[in-house]
Design a protein around this ligand. Structure first.
Ligand code: DO4
Ligand code: MG
Length: 275
């Protein structure tokens, strides 16, 4: 089952994907829709499938991520230690939804960074008591040069306007432990393919349940929050996102999360001019 959230003439509604349509909670059938991106016809707008009060991220949960951080960082040991330790790396990515966007909306890159990257990750949508209600796709957009300069700069490398995208749907699988393929493509402003790669959650060192248990330990995470579970897909070190690029993250079963790239400062300017 795939659940979506949308804005239409009746306001914000929830719906379920059925064949080639979305059926809203009010019983309205919206078609046609793109079965992959779940883009809806006019005047409907697909939104992030949940409006999370908080977004948390786990880090260095894949060997590929550990190796990338060891390569970039002035302080290499912290990543090896966090990869191997029972306690995972967990950090707060967003609260109040100020930095999180939905499908089709622009993600941001920092003006003080020359090495900006997408991080395609599986997102756990949490209910009461940390129950995993479903899975979505997340993009933990990050600055690798700021992160690599000093681990204490992590919040600046990870938390800024447009640094997180989620969507297009919440997928409720029959079995949570079934491995998922994560594919990412980055396209240039002329439509040329700049990067294509694939990984699988089978390569994750930790289970979803373990990450949630650590996250909720002595920590009142509100229901509806999302936990991104770490990236296992890292573009080559000479690649950096630029305005005009488009990031497409595809997970069979969930769909494709597509987001164009703009300067984070532009997102701040836009929100200021909209009051
Ligand atoms: O401290 C590094 C962050 C790692 C991360 O975000 C990831 O592995 O996805
Ligand atoms: Mg990440």
């Amino acid at each position: 089952m795939r659940l979506v959230r949308l804005r239409g003439p009746a306001g914000i509604e929830r719906g379920v994907v059925q064949d080639d349509a979305v059926v809203t909670n009010g019983g309205e059938r919206i078609a046609p829709l793109d079965l992959d991106t779940l883009a809806l016809p006019e005047p409907y707008e697909l939104l992030a499938p949940v409006d999370p009060p908080e977004v948390w991220c786990a880090g260095v949960t894949y060997e590929r991520s550990r190796d990338a951080r060891v390569g970039e960082s002035a302080v290499k040991d912290v990543y090896v230690l966090a990869y191997e330790a029972p306690r995972p790396e967990l950090f707060l990515k967003d609260a109040g939804g100020r930095r999180t966007v939905g499908p089709g909306a622009p993600i941001g890159i920092r003006s003080d960074s020359t090495w900006n990257v997408p991080e395609p990750e599986i997102g756990l949508v949490l209910g009461d008591y940390g129950r995993i209600e479903g899975l979505t796709i997340g993009n933990d957009v990050s600055s690798r040069d700021i992160e690599g300069a000093n681990p204490l700069y992590l919040p600046q490398a990870k938390v800024y306007a447009g640094a997180c995208a989620i969507g297009p749907a919440i997928y409720v699988p029959e079995r949570l432990d079934a491995p998922l393929r994560i594919q990412m493509r980055i396209v240039g402003d002329g439509g040329e393919e700049l990067f294509r790669g694939e990984t699988s959650t089978a390569r994750m060192r930790r289970s979803y349940a373990d990450l949630v248990e650590w996250l909720l330990l002595d920590n009142p995470v509100p229901p509806g929050s999302v936990l991104l579970t770490g990236t296992g897909l890292v573009p080559p070190d000479n690649f950096s996102l630029l305005p005009g690029h488009v990031v497409e993250i595809h997970v069979p079963g969930i769909g494709t999360l597509v987001n164009p790239v703009v300067r984070a400062a532009e997102l701040i300017e836009r929100s200021a001019s909209h009051g």
